[in-house]
Design a protein around this ligand. Structure first.
Ligand code: NAI
Length: 308
Protein backbone atom coordinates (compact mmCIF):
# COMPACT_ATOMS: atom_id res chain seq x y z
CA UNK A 1 0.00 0.00 0.00
CA UNK A 2 1.65 3.20 -1.22
CA UNK A 3 0.32 6.55 -0.01
CA UNK A 4 1.42 9.95 -1.28
CA UNK A 5 0.87 13.09 0.75
CA UNK A 6 1.29 16.31 -1.24
CA UNK A 7 2.19 19.26 0.96
CA UNK A 8 4.66 18.48 3.73
CA UNK A 9 3.45 21.37 5.87
CA UNK A 10 1.61 21.18 9.17
CA UNK A 11 -1.32 18.98 8.08
CA UNK A 12 0.61 16.87 5.54
CA UNK A 13 3.39 15.97 7.97
CA UNK A 14 0.94 15.26 10.80
CA UNK A 15 -1.09 13.03 8.51
CA UNK A 16 2.06 11.16 7.36
CA UNK A 17 3.05 10.66 11.00
CA UNK A 18 -0.34 9.20 11.99
CA UNK A 19 -0.38 6.92 8.94
CA UNK A 20 3.09 5.61 9.81
CA UNK A 21 2.21 5.16 13.49
CA UNK A 22 -0.78 3.00 12.49
CA UNK A 23 1.66 0.81 10.53
CA UNK A 24 -0.71 -0.31 7.74
CA UNK A 25 1.07 1.30 4.74
CA UNK A 26 4.31 -0.03 3.28
CA UNK A 27 5.33 3.38 1.95
CA UNK A 28 4.45 7.04 2.39
CA UNK A 29 5.85 9.61 -0.04
CA UNK A 30 5.78 13.22 1.12
CA UNK A 31 6.01 15.77 -1.70
CA UNK A 32 6.40 19.52 -1.42
CA UNK A 33 7.33 22.39 -3.70
CA UNK A 34 9.75 23.89 -1.14
CA UNK A 35 13.27 22.63 -1.92
CA UNK A 36 14.39 19.92 0.53
CA UNK A 37 11.41 20.43 2.86
CA UNK A 38 9.64 17.10 2.23
CA UNK A 39 12.97 15.24 2.32
CA UNK A 40 13.72 16.84 5.69
CA UNK A 41 10.30 16.05 7.16
CA UNK A 42 10.54 12.47 5.85
CA UNK A 43 13.99 11.98 7.37
CA UNK A 44 12.89 13.42 10.72
CA UNK A 45 9.81 11.16 10.74
CA UNK A 46 11.89 8.08 9.76
CA UNK A 47 14.10 8.77 12.76
CA UNK A 48 11.01 8.28 14.96
CA UNK A 49 10.41 4.78 13.48
CA UNK A 50 12.57 2.85 15.95
CA UNK A 51 11.22 4.99 18.81
CA UNK A 52 7.58 4.63 17.87
CA UNK A 53 7.76 1.11 16.47
CA UNK A 54 6.63 1.36 12.86
CA UNK A 55 7.98 -0.13 9.64
CA UNK A 56 6.33 2.21 7.14
CA UNK A 57 9.01 3.68 4.86
CA UNK A 58 8.65 7.47 4.54
CA UNK A 59 10.47 9.26 1.72
CA UNK A 60 10.45 12.89 0.60
CA UNK A 61 10.45 14.54 -2.80
CA UNK A 62 10.70 18.11 -4.04
CA UNK A 63 8.09 18.23 -6.81
CA UNK A 64 9.33 14.99 -8.48
CA UNK A 65 6.09 13.15 -9.17
CA UNK A 66 7.89 10.11 -10.59
CA UNK A 67 8.57 9.23 -6.92
CA UNK A 68 4.81 9.00 -6.36
CA UNK A 69 4.27 6.50 -9.20
CA UNK A 70 1.93 3.64 -8.41
CA UNK A 71 0.31 5.31 -5.39
CA UNK A 72 -2.91 3.67 -4.24
CA UNK A 73 -4.05 6.71 -2.27
CA UNK A 74 -2.95 10.37 -2.49
CA UNK A 75 -3.77 13.14 -0.06
CA UNK A 76 -3.69 16.77 -1.23
CA UNK A 77 -2.81 19.21 1.55
CA UNK A 78 -0.81 21.65 -0.58
CA UNK A 79 -1.77 25.29 -0.52
CA UNK A 80 -2.09 28.09 1.97
CA UNK A 81 -3.94 27.81 5.29
CA UNK A 82 -6.08 30.61 6.70
CA UNK A 83 -4.83 33.23 9.15
CA UNK A 84 -6.91 34.63 12.02
CA UNK A 85 -10.02 36.44 10.74
CA UNK A 86 -9.97 34.76 7.31
CA UNK A 87 -12.65 32.43 5.96
CA UNK A 88 -11.73 29.20 4.19
CA UNK A 89 -13.41 30.56 1.04
CA UNK A 90 -10.87 33.40 0.83
CA UNK A 91 -8.14 30.84 0.02
CA UNK A 92 -9.66 29.88 -3.32
CA UNK A 93 -7.59 32.25 -5.48
CA UNK A 94 -4.25 30.65 -4.62
CA UNK A 95 -5.33 27.12 -3.75
CA UNK A 96 -7.40 26.36 -6.86
CA UNK A 97 -4.35 26.68 -9.14
CA UNK A 98 -2.22 24.55 -6.80
CA UNK A 99 -4.81 21.81 -6.33
CA UNK A 100 -5.55 21.52 -10.06
CA UNK A 101 -1.86 21.15 -10.99
CA UNK A 102 -1.21 18.70 -8.17
CA UNK A 103 -4.20 16.50 -9.03
CA UNK A 104 -3.29 16.20 -12.71
CA UNK A 105 0.38 15.53 -11.88
CA UNK A 106 -0.60 12.78 -9.45
CA UNK A 107 -2.82 11.12 -12.02
CA UNK A 108 -0.08 11.07 -14.67
CA UNK A 109 1.95 8.72 -12.48
CA UNK A 110 -0.83 6.87 -10.62
CA UNK A 111 -3.84 6.38 -12.94
CA UNK A 112 -5.67 4.20 -10.39
CA UNK A 113 -5.17 6.50 -7.42
CA UNK A 114 -7.89 7.44 -4.94
CA UNK A 115 -7.54 11.12 -3.99
CA UNK A 116 -8.37 12.65 -0.62
CA UNK A 117 -8.68 16.44 -0.81
CA UNK A 118 -7.84 18.50 2.28
CA UNK A 119 -6.85 21.95 0.94
CA UNK A 120 -9.43 24.66 1.53
CA UNK A 121 -12.04 25.67 0.60
CA UNK A 122 -12.26 21.88 0.69
CA UNK A 123 -15.71 21.19 -0.84
CA UNK A 124 -14.92 23.41 -3.80
CA UNK A 125 -11.41 21.94 -4.16
CA UNK A 126 -12.96 18.44 -4.20
CA UNK A 127 -15.36 19.55 -6.95
CA UNK A 128 -12.39 21.03 -8.84
CA UNK A 129 -10.51 17.71 -8.65
CA UNK A 130 -13.56 16.00 -10.22
CA UNK A 131 -13.60 18.53 -13.04
CA UNK A 132 -9.83 18.47 -13.54
CA UNK A 133 -9.24 14.70 -13.49
CA UNK A 134 -12.46 13.01 -14.61
CA UNK A 135 -11.74 10.22 -12.10
CA UNK A 136 -14.78 8.11 -11.12
CA UNK A 137 -16.72 9.75 -8.30
CA UNK A 138 -15.95 7.01 -5.77
CA UNK A 139 -12.24 7.84 -6.07
CA UNK A 140 -12.41 11.48 -4.99
CA UNK A 141 -13.09 12.19 -1.33
CA UNK A 142 -13.04 15.49 0.53
CA UNK A 143 -11.96 15.50 4.18
CA UNK A 144 -13.83 17.92 6.43
CA UNK A 145 -16.74 16.20 8.13
CA UNK A 146 -14.49 13.67 9.89
CA UNK A 147 -12.63 16.56 11.52
CA UNK A 148 -15.75 18.60 12.25
CA UNK A 149 -17.38 15.53 13.81
CA UNK A 150 -14.35 14.99 16.06
CA UNK A 151 -14.66 18.62 17.17
CA UNK A 152 -18.39 18.11 17.72
CA UNK A 153 -17.71 15.08 19.93
CA UNK A 154 -15.12 17.05 21.89
CA UNK A 155 -17.69 19.76 22.66
CA UNK A 156 -20.43 17.20 23.36
CA UNK A 157 -18.20 15.43 25.88
CA UNK A 158 -17.42 18.77 27.53
CA UNK A 159 -21.10 19.76 27.78
CA UNK A 160 -22.09 16.33 29.09
CA UNK A 161 -19.02 16.05 31.35
CA UNK A 162 -18.66 12.58 29.87
CA UNK A 163 -15.70 10.64 28.43
CA UNK A 164 -15.31 11.16 24.66
CA UNK A 165 -15.77 7.43 24.04
CA UNK A 166 -19.31 7.68 25.45
CA UNK A 167 -20.47 10.23 22.90
CA UNK A 168 -21.31 9.96 19.24
CA UNK A 169 -22.31 12.57 16.70
CA UNK A 170 -21.85 13.67 13.14
CA UNK A 171 -21.43 16.90 11.21
CA UNK A 172 -22.60 17.06 7.61
CA UNK A 173 -22.86 19.90 5.08
CA UNK A 174 -20.18 22.23 3.81
CA UNK A 175 -16.83 22.51 5.60
CA UNK A 176 -17.22 26.17 6.57
CA UNK A 177 -18.21 28.07 9.72
CA UNK A 178 -21.58 28.97 8.25
CA UNK A 179 -22.16 25.82 6.22
CA UNK A 180 -21.56 23.01 8.65
CA UNK A 181 -24.57 21.17 9.99
CA UNK A 182 -23.84 19.49 13.35
CA UNK A 183 -26.63 16.93 13.76
CA UNK A 184 -27.35 17.63 17.42
CA UNK A 185 -30.75 15.93 17.18
CA UNK A 186 -28.99 12.64 16.29
CA UNK A 187 -26.11 12.95 18.78
CA UNK A 188 -25.99 10.37 21.56
CA UNK A 189 -24.39 9.53 24.88
CA UNK A 190 -24.17 5.73 25.22
CA UNK A 191 -26.89 5.43 22.54
CA UNK A 192 -29.26 7.81 24.39
CA UNK A 193 -30.10 11.10 22.62
CA UNK A 194 -28.19 13.99 24.22
CA UNK A 195 -31.43 16.01 24.42
CA UNK A 196 -32.22 13.76 27.42
CA UNK A 197 -29.28 15.31 29.29
CA UNK A 198 -28.66 18.79 27.89
CA UNK A 199 -30.71 21.98 27.99
CA UNK A 200 -31.56 23.80 24.74
CA UNK A 201 -28.93 26.43 25.62
CA UNK A 202 -26.22 23.82 26.16
CA UNK A 203 -27.07 22.12 22.87
CA UNK A 204 -26.88 25.47 21.07
CA UNK A 205 -23.50 26.07 22.72
CA UNK A 206 -22.20 22.72 21.41
CA UNK A 207 -23.41 23.50 17.89
CA UNK A 208 -21.96 27.02 17.82
CA UNK A 209 -18.59 25.99 19.30
CA UNK A 210 -18.35 23.18 16.74
CA UNK A 211 -19.03 25.54 13.85
CA UNK A 212 -16.29 27.95 14.91
CA UNK A 213 -13.97 25.11 15.99
CA UNK A 214 -11.42 25.80 13.25
CA UNK A 215 -11.59 29.59 13.71
CA UNK A 216 -11.07 29.25 17.49
CA UNK A 217 -7.87 27.30 16.88
CA UNK A 218 -6.71 29.67 14.15
CA UNK A 219 -7.13 32.52 16.63
CA UNK A 220 -5.06 30.71 19.25
CA UNK A 221 -2.37 29.31 16.94
CA UNK A 222 -2.06 32.14 14.39
CA UNK A 223 -2.60 29.52 11.65
CA UNK A 224 -4.96 26.60 11.20
CA UNK A 225 -4.76 23.38 13.21
CA UNK A 226 -2.88 20.21 12.25
CA UNK A 227 -3.12 17.40 14.83
CA UNK A 228 -6.84 16.69 14.48
CA UNK A 229 -6.86 17.33 10.71
CA UNK A 230 -3.90 14.93 10.30
CA UNK A 231 -5.57 12.29 12.48
CA UNK A 232 -8.85 12.64 10.57
CA UNK A 233 -7.12 12.18 7.22
CA UNK A 234 -5.21 9.14 8.49
CA UNK A 235 -8.54 7.59 9.56
CA UNK A 236 -9.90 7.97 6.02
CA UNK A 237 -6.71 6.58 4.47
CA UNK A 238 -6.79 3.59 6.84
CA UNK A 239 -10.47 2.86 6.12
CA UNK A 240 -9.69 2.67 2.38
CA UNK A 241 -6.33 0.89 2.70
CA UNK A 242 -7.66 -1.73 5.12
CA UNK A 243 -11.10 -2.02 3.45
CA UNK A 244 -12.78 -1.22 6.77
CA UNK A 245 -16.25 -0.31 5.34
CA UNK A 246 -16.40 2.44 7.95
CA UNK A 247 -18.77 5.40 7.90
CA UNK A 248 -17.43 8.97 7.85
CA UNK A 249 -19.03 12.20 6.71
CA UNK A 250 -17.00 13.13 3.61
CA UNK A 251 -17.38 15.59 0.79
CA UNK A 252 -18.71 13.53 -2.12
CA UNK A 253 -20.11 14.29 -5.54
CA UNK A 254 -23.87 14.10 -5.21
CA UNK A 255 -26.22 13.05 -8.00
CA UNK A 256 -29.62 13.45 -6.44
CA UNK A 257 -28.78 12.24 -2.93
CA UNK A 258 -30.15 14.62 -0.28
CA UNK A 259 -31.95 16.38 -3.15
CA UNK A 260 -28.65 17.83 -4.40
CA UNK A 261 -26.88 17.63 -7.74
CA UNK A 262 -23.51 18.58 -9.22
CA UNK A 263 -21.97 19.52 -5.89
CA UNK A 264 -19.39 18.06 -3.48
CA UNK A 265 -20.57 18.44 0.10
CA UNK A 266 -20.31 16.50 3.36
CA UNK A 267 -22.61 13.49 3.68
CA UNK A 268 -22.16 10.14 5.43
CA UNK A 269 -20.34 7.63 3.22
CA UNK A 270 -18.97 4.13 3.63
CA UNK A 271 -15.23 3.99 2.92
CA UNK A 272 -13.58 0.77 1.79
CA UNK A 273 -11.10 -0.47 -0.81
CA UNK A 274 -13.10 1.17 -3.62
CA UNK A 275 -13.04 4.57 -1.93
CA UNK A 276 -16.61 5.81 -1.47
CA UNK A 277 -18.53 2.53 -1.59
CA UNK A 278 -21.90 3.99 -0.67
CA UNK A 279 -23.50 7.33 0.13
CA UNK A 280 -25.72 6.80 3.15
CA UNK A 281 -28.97 8.78 3.17
CA UNK A 282 -29.99 9.31 6.77
CA UNK A 283 -33.39 10.69 7.69
CA UNK A 284 -33.18 14.45 8.34
CA UNK A 285 -35.73 16.66 10.05
CA UNK A 286 -37.23 19.53 8.04
CA UNK A 287 -34.98 21.98 9.90
CA UNK A 288 -31.87 19.87 9.11
CA UNK A 289 -32.93 19.60 5.46
CA UNK A 290 -33.28 23.40 5.26
CA UNK A 291 -29.80 23.86 6.80
CA UNK A 292 -28.34 21.40 4.30
CA UNK A 293 -29.96 23.31 1.40
CA UNK A 294 -28.60 26.61 2.70
CA UNK A 295 -25.16 25.05 3.13
CA UNK A 296 -25.26 23.73 -0.45
CA UNK A 297 -26.13 27.20 -1.74
CA UNK A 298 -22.99 28.54 -0.02
CA UNK A 299 -20.79 25.82 -1.54
CA UNK A 300 -22.28 26.39 -5.01
CA UNK A 301 -21.56 30.11 -4.69
CA UNK A 302 -17.89 29.32 -4.01
CA UNK A 303 -17.84 26.77 -6.86
CA UNK A 304 -19.01 29.61 -9.11
CA UNK A 305 -15.65 31.33 -8.52
CA UNK A 306 -13.82 28.40 -10.16
CA UNK A 307 -12.52 28.67 -13.68
CA UNK A 308 -13.72 25.21 -14.85
P1 NAI B 1 1.12 24.66 5.49
O1 NAI B 1 1.41 26.02 4.95
O2 NAI B 1 1.74 24.26 6.77
O3 NAI B 1 1.51 23.56 4.40
C1 NAI B 1 1.18 23.64 3.07
C2 NAI B 1 2.33 23.10 2.25
O4 NAI B 1 1.95 23.06 0.87
C3 NAI B 1 3.61 23.97 2.34
O5 NAI B 1 4.68 23.19 2.84
C4 NAI B 1 3.83 24.41 0.90
O6 NAI B 1 5.21 24.52 0.55
C5 NAI B 1 3.13 23.29 0.13
N1 NAI B 1 2.80 23.65 -1.25
C6 NAI B 1 2.33 24.82 -1.73
N2 NAI B 1 2.18 24.74 -3.07
C7 NAI B 1 2.54 23.48 -3.43
C8 NAI B 1 2.57 22.79 -4.66
N3 NAI B 1 2.20 23.37 -5.81
N4 NAI B 1 3.00 21.51 -4.66
C9 NAI B 1 3.37 20.90 -3.52
N5 NAI B 1 3.37 21.51 -2.31
C10 NAI B 1 2.95 22.79 -2.27
O7 NAI B 1 -0.48 24.55 5.56
P2 NAI B 1 -1.34 23.48 6.41
O8 NAI B 1 -1.63 24.05 7.74
O9 NAI B 1 -0.68 22.16 6.30
O10 NAI B 1 -2.71 23.48 5.59
C11 NAI B 1 -2.76 22.95 4.27
C12 NAI B 1 -4.13 23.15 3.66
O11 NAI B 1 -5.07 22.31 4.35
C13 NAI B 1 -4.69 24.56 3.77
O12 NAI B 1 -5.38 24.90 2.59
C14 NAI B 1 -5.65 24.48 4.94
O13 NAI B 1 -6.65 25.47 4.87
C15 NAI B 1 -6.20 23.09 4.73
N6 NAI B 1 -6.82 22.48 5.89
C16 NAI B 1 -7.96 21.76 5.67
C17 NAI B 1 -8.59 21.10 6.69
C18 NAI B 1 -9.83 20.30 6.41
O14 NAI B 1 -10.50 19.86 7.35
N7 NAI B 1 -10.16 20.06 5.16
C19 NAI B 1 -8.07 21.18 8.08
C20 NAI B 1 -6.85 21.93 8.20
C21 NAI B 1 -6.25 22.55 7.12
Amino acid sequence: MKVTVVGAGAVGASCAEYIAMKNFASEVVLLDIKEGYAEGKAMDLMQTASLNGFDTKITGSTSDYSKTAGSDIAVITSGIPRKPGMTREELIGINAGIVKTVATSLLEHSPNVTIIVVSNPMDTMTYLVHKATGLPKNKIIGMGGALDSARFKYRLAQALEAPISDVDGMVIGGHSDKGMVPLIGHATRNSVKVSEFLSEDKMNWVVEETKVGGATLTGLLGTSAWYAPGAAVSGLVQAIACDQKKMFPCSSLLEGEYGLNDICIGVPVILGKNGIEKIVEIELSDAEKAKMQESAEGVKKTNGLLDV
